[in-house]
Design a protein around this ligand. Structure first.
Ligand code: HEM
Length: 149
């Protein structure tokens, strides 16, 4: 079965345990990677819940059980990041940590490529929603300047 069908991707990623391992590896890279220091500081200091949330989100996103919803309720990924300042550098740093984490997993090579390509889609959506918010705020700031003059 193709990766996008049923729970094939979830199973190929090693199920709940495999995705927890991936999320841990991802955040371990974020702690070490110089390019990721800015996005690291955007997170809570204790990363335990972030590790849990990402692992659980990926379960449902890859066609497995809705682990995120079971514990934390509904989530929309772009909306959940709207308050953060995400530009090219932040999206690239996130994907870099993810690429390194994926590479360490015992996945088939073609699944590694597939997974990173798929993750680039929501990463782009996160950036788009964040930048729209930043642009709106900049426009509002300008119109307030105009009002004041
Ligand atoms: C594009 C670059 C991204 C950056 C810079 C980024 C950064 C962050 C940060 C800083 C947080 C913590 C937010 C907070 O506690 O206020 C967070 C939460 C989270 N991120 Fe991302 N993220 C990105 C992309 C993604 C993508 C593509 C996914 C999923 C495929 C994802 C999944 C999550 C999840 C599930 C949470 C927890 C959200 C919650 O429960 O509130 N992130 N992210």
């Amino acid at each position: 079965m193709a990766y996008g069908e049923g729970d094939t991707s979830f199973q190929t990623a090693g199920g709940d345990l495999g995705l927890r391992q991936l999320s841990d590896a991802f955040y371990d890279h974020m702690l070490r990677e110089p390019q990721a220091q800015k996005i690291l500081t955007m997170h809570p200091e204790d990363l335990e819940q972030s590790r849990d949330k990402l692992a659980r989100f990926l379960c449902g996103w890859l066609g497995g059980p809705s682990r995120y919803n079971e514990k934390y309720g509904r989530i929309n990924i772009p909306a959940a990041h709207r308050h953060l300042d995400v530009g090219d550098a932040e999206r690239e740093a996130w994907l870099l940590c993810m690429a390194k984490a994926i590479d360490e997993q015992p996945y088939p090579g073609e699944f590694k490529t597939y997974l990173l390509d798929q993750l680039a889609v929501p990463a782009q959506a996160v950036q788009r929603v964040s930048q729209r918010r930043q642009n709106e705020e900049a426009e509002q700031g300008q119109s307030m300047d105009n009002d004041a003059s």
